[in-house]
Write a protein that binds this ligand. Structure first.
Ligand code: DOR
Ligand code: ZN
Length: 428
């Protein structure tokens, strides 16, 4: 048995925020929570962690990562991706399907899922909505679900065809599985990765206007009104999209929203100082948008924080901003960015951010994760919410494409435990 003692246990699923001890049984499940340390003898445990002054929370659940496996493993692979996840406090991650080949067949999916089972954290897999992510023909979702997909997405590429979208939503409703959508209407885009506005003008780029996001999101939300699929709007970047989501939820439409740490922490100005490293789809936007995203999390309009961990090689990101691929790594900086830019500012509580990092994503995907309930798998993160650290220039990830390197953040992951096993230990 293992004991984690004297930590501040925050488990939003059970409305817990108190100093408590946790006992993990020998099979990797949570056995007991409460005031245990003083009434038991140390010899009962083969491992005792003194978490005094630290937060003990359910391991984070990220519904949106890119591990580039198969085919693009020079950027990342499932092994390096999993170790980046563990280092970031994540015990469950869901991989996007824009690989090479994309995950549009049961054959590709099964091979991947079999390898993902061997990893130190839970790595789950989505499959594509459309064949080859071409937006023309639906995949065989039923057989992909049977082969192990936990959700459907063409993330990276928006889906234009409305009739196809209706069919996709209907199929996902029937299968009771989430469909997550990248909302940037190609017809409204001039160039990807940089917000259309002052910064795109300064850099002589066409830019990605926020209406490209909120118009397509609004379309898909309204298409889902009568269908009621588990529709997840990915990486929301615009304050107007938050308003659309809020209104939709008021209307009783089934919809969920994700926001990334980078969109909560930074604005288009980062592109001026970091260039291609700050290029991301959808782009970082204005301070007004950033504040609206935080308000969306605060009032529950946005359900989940998901990293969109998007590794690219140094060579790719060294290209000029108009040619470099979009995306940034995010697993290892997520907690620090969120605490620094939303909790320490007084905008959100630790409990609110942990809810969006654990129970909310776990519930949408029906995962046995995201809580510290007795009997639940012992997937746990221990972090210091006050510790200040500087983002290094190397990561557990294979990639280094972070615009946050060298920045000082608060909130450091100390230990990650998955199924009762320690899978990450901070050395610093
Ligand atoms: O910036 C992005 N990069 N946005 C996406 O939606 C996809 C991702 C990638 O795959 O690199
Ligand atoms: Zn995306």
């Amino acid at each position: 048995m293992k004991l984690i003692k004297h930590g501040r246990v925050i488990d939003p699923a059970n409305n817990i925020d108190e100093i408590a001890d946790i006992v993990i049984d020998d099979n990797g499940y949570i056995k007991e929570i409460g005031n245990i340390a003083e009434s038991s003898t140390e010899t009962e445990y083969d491992y005792i962690y003194d978490a005094t002054g630290k937060v003990v929370a359910p391991g984070f659940v990220d519904v949106h990562v890119h591990f580039r496996d198969p085919g693009l493993t020079y950027k990342e692979d499932i092994t390096t991706g999993a170790s980046a996840a563990a280092a970031g406090g994540y015990t469950t991650v869901i991989c996007m399907a824009n690989t090479k080949p994309p995950v549009d067949s049961a054959e590709t999916l099964k091979e991947l899922v079999s390898r993902e089972k061997q990893l130190p954290v839970h790595v789950l897999q989505t499959a594509n909505v459309t064949m080859g992510m071409q937006g023309k023909e639906l995949t065989d979702m039923k057989s992909l679900l049977t082969a192990g997909a936990v959700g459907f997405t063409d993330d990276g590429v928006p889906i234009s065809d409305e009739r196809l979208m209706v069919n996709a939503l209907k199929t996902c409703k029937k299968l009771d599985v989430p469909i997550s959508l990248h909302e940037e209407d190609p017809a409204l885009m001039q160039s990807a990765g940089v917000n259309k506005g002052a910064v795109s003008e300064a850099l002589n780029l066409g830019g990605a206007p926020d209406e490209a996001e909120y118009v397509l999101a609004a379309r898909d939300i309204m298409l889902n009104r009568k269908i009621g699929a588990k529709l997840d709007i990915q990486h929301i970047s615009s304050g107007v999209t938050v308003d659309v989501l809020r209104a939709a939820k008021k209307m009783g439409i089934r919809v969920y929203g994700e926001v990334t740490p980078q969109h909560l922490a930074s604005t288009e100005d980062l592109v001026l100082s970091k260039g291609s490293l700050a290029r991301v789809n959808p782009p970082l936007r204005t301070e007004e948008d950033r504040k609206a995203l935080i308000r969306g999390l605060a009032d529950g309009t946005i359900d989940m924080i998901a990293t969109d961990h998007a590794p690219h090689s140094a060579e790719e990101k060294a290209k000029p901003i108009s040619e470099a691929p979009s995306g940034m790594i995010g697993l290892e900086t997520a907690l620090g960015l969120i605490i620094t830019h939303t909790v320490r500012t007084g905008d959100l509580t630790l409990s609110q951010i942990i809810k969006a990092l654990t129970v909310n994503p776990a519930q949408l995907y029906k995962l046995n994760a995201g809580t510290l309930s007795i009997g639940a798998p012992a997937d746990i993160v221990i972090f210091d919410a006050e510790e200040q650290w500087t983002v290094p220039d190397h990561f557990h990830s294979k990639a280094t494409n972070s615009p946050f390197i060298g920045m000082s953040l608060y909130g450091k992951v100390k230990t990650t435990i998955c199924s009762g096993r320690t899978v990450y230990q901070d050395e610093g």
